[in-house]
Design a protein around this ligand. Structure first.
Ligand SMILES: Nc1ncnc2c1ncn2[C@@H]1O[C@H](COP(=O)(O)OP(=O)(O)OP(=O)(O)O)[C@@H](O)[C@H]1O
Ligand code: NI
Length: 317
């Protein structure tokens, strides 16, 4: 195995072109790496750009979107790839997508067996019927449910079917966008544990998990990337972030304080309109630590984009 990251994002930005020549910057200047065997959780409030980033990696942005920057995966820049390359090499093969809503992602009129068989044929050229059962077993999908239709599955089993499909191509990057939405707590834990199980350095696989669910992120992530208004404002080791010394960006602290088992105090105010961002720090209007210096964009020194992040010493005090 090499030390090369599985995924390297360099200056990745996506903006939407709107009528009247307006632009909406949904993702701005994202730089991060995900290593083999690593799970990176991408967190942040609704509308901050998480799913747009995921769509950019799969070449599935809407027509009015413009992506720039680079996203390297096994020597291929996903942002520069044309549609043919995306179909032949990327979707399912380099990037396995675990969808947000498996029920909607699965084809309603076909059984799980037939959908798995088709994906296996398409991605691996295998017609061996045993391959379907092996694929189901990998995702702990029960074999006696293979002949069911998606609507006959519980939420948890639909999620496992979707995971089985995502794993077929042996993709080095698993991309999970809110894989636990609508599942109850036990199933959340089971689902993220299952995903985690497939992410090993030996297999050279990495997981980028987009989630609102900080408890799920805490359970499986090695590192956390916090997104605010399209930018990554903090990149941190998960143990330090969720445990001691805690997050350093005031927004990250706000997210954790909002948890029911912590202060249960929501981040004050609302996320900004992406089409009307302030010139400086986008979080400043909601930030108790904001000063005049926040009228300029914060530097990204270290892994925190903030003019006055919490200092490690203060957090420990
Ligand atoms: N087709 C589009 N046209 C214009 N703007 C869009 C379009 N799709 C998304 N956006 C903008 O991109 C922003 C980010 O959306 P995105 O779906 O990535 O949010 P998210 O972080 O995934 O939120 P959630 O947690 O609710 O899924 C939205 O707030 C919206 O302003
Ligand atoms: Ni989303």
């Amino acid at each position: 195995m090499t030390d090369q990251p599985v995924l390297s994002l360099r200056g990745l930005s996506v903006r939407f072109l709107m009528p009247g020549g307006r632009h909406i910057p949904a993702v701005t200047d994202v730089r991060l790496d995900v290593a083999a065997g690593e799970c990176l959780a991408l967190i942040g409030e609704s509308g901050c750009g998480k799913s747009v980033l995921a769509s950019a990696l799969l070449g599935l942005l809407p027509a009015n979107a413009q992506a720039c920057g680079e996203a390297w995966l096994r020597g291929l820049d996903l942002i520069a790839a044309d549609e043919g390359t995306l179909v032949r090499r990327v979707r399912g093969r380099l990037v396995g997508l675990v969808p947000q809503s498996p029920a909607a992602h699965l084809t309603p009129v076909r059984t799980v067996r037939s959908q798995l068989a088709e994906t296996i044929r398409a991605l691996t050229n295998t017609r061996d019927p045993g391959a379907v059962e092996r694929a189901a077993e990998r995702a702990a999908f029960p074999l006696d449910h293979l002949d069911r239709y998606p609507h006959q599955l519980s939420g948890g089993l639909a999620q496992r079917a979707a995971t089985a499909l995502a794993l077929v191509g042996e993709a080095p990057l698993l991309l999970a966008d809110e894989p636990t939405t609508g599942l109850d707590r036990d199933l959340v834990e089971h689902t993220v544990d299952e995903l985690r199980r497939h992410v090993t350095a030996e297999e050279g696989r990495a997981l980028l998990m987009i989630t609102h669910d900080l408890a799920a992120a805490r359970r499986v992530a090695d590192r956390v990337a916090v997104m605010y208004a399209g930018r990554i404002v903090e990149l941190a080791d998960a143990a330090a972030f969720f445990g001691e010394p805690g997050p350093r960006h005031p927004y990250s602290q706000g997210l954790l304080d909002a948890l029911p088992d912590r202060a249960f105090r929501p981040v004050p105010g609302m996320p900004p309109e992406l089409g009307a961002l302030p010139d400086g720090c986008a979080f400043a209007p909601r930030c108790a630590r904001a000063t005049a210096s926040c009228a300029t964009l914060p530097p990204t020194t270290g892994a925190v984009a903030c003019h006055h992040p919490h200092l490690m010493e203060d957090l420990r005090a």
